[in-house]
Write a protein that binds this ligand. Sequence first.
Ligand code: NAD
Length: 492
Amino acid sequence: MSAAMLPKALPAASEDAEEIARMQRLFERQRLAFEAAPYPERAARKAGLRRLIDALRRHQDDIVAAVNGDFGVRSGVETRMVEVMGPMLEARHALSHLGRWMKPRRRSTELLFLGNRAWVSHQPKGVVGIIGTWNFPLYLTLGPLVAALAAGNRAMIKVSEFSPRCTLLLRSMLAECFDEDEVAVCGGGVAAAQAFNALPFNHLVFTGSPRVGRQVMRAAAERLTPVTLELGGKSPAIVGPDADLHDAALRIAHGKAFNAGQICVAPDYALVPRGRSATFAAAVAQAFTRLYPTVDGNAQYTSIITEWHAARLRDLLTDAQAKGATLLRCGADAGNGRQMPLTVVTHVDDGMRLMQEEIFGPILPVLEYDRLDDAMALVRRGERPLSLYGLGLSAADQARVLKETHAGGVTFNDWGWHVFQHDLPFGGIGQSGMGSYHGEEGFRELSHAKAVFRRHRFFPVSLFYPPYGTLVQRLALRLFIGAAPAKPPPAN
Ligand code: NAD
């Protein structure tokens, strides 16, 4: 990023230095507080989650204003749905299930150890670091926070440098619910993010690009800090051979227009049956203009976060057009404005940048396939995506797609909604991430599953002590291993 293009929101280096010193102090405070109270009971965890829910409800208008301020334009309804309702639903889900999640789980012992006890006890890991990104600055930090609190941890959150207003709001909002030795919010730029990354957290949840994810994992490896990486990638939408093209177009247009396509699980590109891309592209354009009759100045249509990000998207289109693609702009382009209408791109090939990079904006490349096998082969050829969508596929084809392709999660007949089911794990695979949160998987991810074995005091384990060769030992080995096959006689 050139200095001229750096968004005004980026903090100065001196502010970073202050923030780095502050986060180091906060970490030490949280670490000591955790040592002093290493196992918050269920009631305390639930009380924290309830305070979070109340704060989200109380501050919903402030949240709408802060997110809108950081973006330029962000629909208030989209903010309420994702940034406010999302973490609330997640916290409510945790409140309903926490009792069961926290119960020690009995496991069977080996037959040889019959009469003893084995169980798994989930223990808080300690201080969890959470690095979020700007596209959903609250949902993607408070979501992991819910999991961290449910699992009994303390947490430090690093908000993206592109969300300065949200950083301030989160800091004051969470300060109303938690002492900073329980939950703390940090800001600052990339230097601050790197310093945050270097803190010796007991677990780190990172949301961002695969490129930075690699750096985060490398830095965490220095301290063997376990990481959950919530990354991105090119999520395909396969439109089935017998799909209703107009319905599929509406679903995909919505996925590309919500938050102006700046969503990790937005459909990145569409695969349609051979010969149908022009009809499909026209249907997407029609659906988009129905949802957003105007774009420029429309308070319901989100702007691209910064001019730098908008310029990147325009470059993708220029590159595709220069290499022979056909562009269908769905609405009047305000030129160099940040509210960019959706552009559907046909006659696409692998040499174009928009098929090499995650798009993360309102551009939809449309590719054609002959048979479902070809569509799946195309998906498999790329990195494993965060999400995959199948629209209008038969039940048999859905089953095949599930078995024959990899993706972090799947929605059929629509886009993205699997993420909003908080009983389902949310996470990627391969280049789109590792580990997951939401629901019980989030609780487990941020807990240590401690294996416990308790010998009954009368259990005669000393029968297996040396000197070896006793009858009991010989019988037990015979019973559990079996006799070795007789050796064939030596060949003369
Ligand atoms: P990014 O990787 O550039 O930045 C993400 C965060 O990392 C920011 O807060 C940034 O300050 C911080 N950061 C930057 N350099 C760092 C470093 N060296 N060490 C530690 N932290 C560092 O990503 P972005 O542009 O902000 O977000 C877009 C990407 O995030 C896309 O790839 C998108 O798919 C992905 N994403 C994934 C999810 C998910 O849940 N899987 C959700 C949203 C976005």
